[in-house]
Ligand binder design. Structure first.
Ligand SMILES: Cc1cc2nc3c(=O)[nH]c(=O)nc-3n(C[C@H](O)[C@H](O)[C@H](O)COP(=O)(O)O)c2cc1C
Length: 196
């Protein structure tokens, strides 16, 4: 018997310390698509990421913003990570947020086990977009997550993103595809586990 299951929860994490970054706007487009398809979504952007403390080992009862991030990750059926390239790789701000996922190391669902993860990298140059995307994939593999087939490398230019969305239809299409792939994989996994 297939039980009815609630909509998947898809969490987006990314951006830069200055709000409204390309990375955050790109993330919002991918999440909007997941939401359009029926997902519950949440975006943890640059404004929140700057208030996250450095991740400490052993962990301490930190400020609530860290607990909220970890709780959102624990509840997520799908994730989308979006980072600018800083010196050729994932920015420290985004990596610190990822480091907090270490708190889930002893959960029953360890790290991102079985979780689809869409990836977005922005940079001024192509070389850094590629390096950052590849690093994000390596990180997701180490957390047992499932990087989606589509990963988006975005060479940022003035005016590419605005409040109205993305001016490049190819980039927009790729971001939408990431939202779709995360949604579909998360939904299919939820369906499969409800039948076990
Ligand atoms: C500290 C720092 C390091 C950066 N390093 C690189 C880099 O190595 N290669 C590159 O192409 N862009 C680099 N950038 C540019 C960012 O990737 C760019 O700002 C990013 O695409 C976000 O765009 P936005 O500012 O329009 O949101 C760097 C930016 C900063 C602030």
């Amino acid at each position: 018997v297939v039980q009815s299951i609630e909509a998947p929860f898809i969490l987006g994490i990314g951006g830069t310390a200055s709000g409204g970054s390309s990375a955050e706007r790109a993330l919002a487009i991918a999440l909007q698509e997941a939401q359009r398809l029926g997902a519950r979504t949440m975006l943890i952007g640059g404004e929140t990421l700057v208030s996250l403390p450095h991740y400490l080992v052993p962990s301490e009862a930190g400020p609530s913003v860290a607990a909220e991030l970890v709780s959102a990750v624990r509840n997520a059926h799908g994730l989308i990570l979006s980072s600018p390239a800083y010196h050729g790789t994932v920015s420290a701000l985004v990596k610190n947020a990822i480091d907090h996922i270490e708190e889930t190391a002893r959960d029953q669902r360890i790290y991102l086990d079985g979780v689809p993860v869409g990836l977005i990298a922005t940079a001024h140059g192509w070389q850094a977009t590629g390096g950052t995307l590849a690093t994000l994939r390596a990180i997701v593999h180490s957390l047992r997550g499932w990087p989606t087939p589509m990963g988006v490398a975005i060479k940022t230019t003035d005016g590419l993103f605005s409040d109205g969305g993305c001016s490049d239809p190819d980039v927009h299409r790729q971001l939408v595809l990431v939202g779709q792939q995360v949604f579909e994989f998360a939904s299919e996994r939820r369906m499969a586990s409800s039948m076990r």
